[in-house]
Write a protein of this length. Structure first.
Length: 364
């Protein structure tokens, strides 16, 4: 259709170009879900629901890089985590953090899906295909994965390979993300607001467990009206905010009371990074140890923990010469290294063993 001169003045004024994407169905056909991968995802989701439903006293531990930028390093990390998962399986369910999208306060690298070459070429078609290929490899290893649901179209391409989702502090208040979460097939954790307030997350949990209708995309890539039944497995993620942490016993107790008042199951995941660590990755083990101590002392609401961990500690800027990137080092938030992670989880396994049988069920 030929655009009239007036239409050119009205529509897509600031759009430089549009590039066709393969449909989700086309990507799934090119990179199909294997039986082994499907079994991993189903088992991961089922196990997390068992924890949230208080039929399993273990802790869910979402652990892995702040963001994925090097699939080879991610696979290296995953193989180590898979071996560790077997060693601690009696007390913890390890779920690898595989974040492909990064929300930005202003500007910056938006993640592997958005810009896989890290050069502002924005080859999203390449990014989503490489992300799916990595998720398939991780699932075939037998390792369940977690990610942040940031772009509402993204789950159509990758959701069949994800066992747990987070909705971030910047998007928990977004109606679009609450609607999307209501249709996701995996449990979803909603983070408290960046100001530390719980209300937006509690409202999000309530909203996501309700039925919704909204515009979205189907597997063939066509705009569709999506109708959902609601997601009953929403829960709260405490990540601190407003200049203070909220993982301490008083903050956790206040969160329990707020959830009870809203009629929501007292399921709390503590993010040991971000404001809870005051943006210092070296503080994460202290936060983790404190939460393990709370569980040992009788806490029943903490059902999970999150750690930002990579092969090597710290972070690095993205260099102009990508060949200068240091292997296994985050390009977003700084992480603890593998040695620290392994030691931390093995110590927690020893400490949690005697405590978990005493975690009597609570009303879910």
């Amino acid at each position: 259709m030929t655009e009239s001169p007036l239409e050119a003045l009205l529509d897509n004024v600031n759009v430089v170009s549009m590039t066709d994407m393969p449909s989700p169905a086309q990507l799934h056909e090119a990179l199909p879900l294997t039986d082994a991968a499907a079994r991993t995802v189903l088992a991961g989701r089922s196990a997390i629901r068992e924890v949230l439903g208080r039929r399993d006293p273990r802790l869910v531990v979402v652990v892995g890089p702040c963001s994925i930028h090097d699939p080879d390093a991610a696979l290296d990390y995953a193989r180590r985590l898979r071996a560790l998962a077997d060693r601690v399986s009696g007390t913890m369910l390890l779920v690898m953090r595989v974040y492909f999208e990064k929300p930005r306060t202003s500007v910056g690298w938006k993640g592997f899906v958005n810009d896989p070459r890290m050069d502002d070429s924005f080859r999203i078609d390449e990014g989503v295909a490489r992300a799916r290929a990595l998720l398939l490899q991780l699932a075939e290893l037998g390792l369940p994965t977690a990610t942040e649901a940031l772009d509402p179209i993204g789950p159509q391409y990758l959701a069949d390979l994800i066992s747990w989702y987070a909705i971030g502090a910047r998007t928990t208040e977004s109606q679009t993300h609450r609607e999307m979460a209501s249709g996701l097939s995996a449990p979803v954790g909603f983070k408290n607001g960046t100001d530390g307030g719980l209300e937006v997350a509690i409202n999000a949990i309530r909203s996501a467990r309700s039925a919704h209708g909204f515009l979205g995309m189907n597997a063939e890539g066509r705009t569709s009206v999506i109708r959902t039944r609601g997601n009953p497995w929403g829960h709260l993620v405490l990540r601190g905010g407003g200049g203070r942490p909220n993982y301490d016993t008083v903050s956790v107790r206040m969160a329990e009371q707020a959830l009870a008042k809203a009629g929501i199951a007292p399921n709390i995941v503590v993010d040991c990074s971000h404001a809870n660590a005051m943006k210092d990755h070296a503080v994460q083990p202290l936060v983790f140890a404190d939460c393990v101590h709370q569980v040992r002392e009788g806490n029943r609401s903490i059902v999970g923990l999150m750690l930002e961990s990579n092969l090597e500690a710290g972070s690095q800027p993205i260099p102009d010469d990508r060949a200068q990137l240091r292997y296994g080092v985050s390009v977003t938030d700084p992480c603890i290294d593998w040695a620290t992670t392994e030691t931390l989880l093995l110590r927690a396994h020893e400490q949690l063993g005697p405590a978990l049988p005493r975690r009597s069920p609570v009303a879910a």
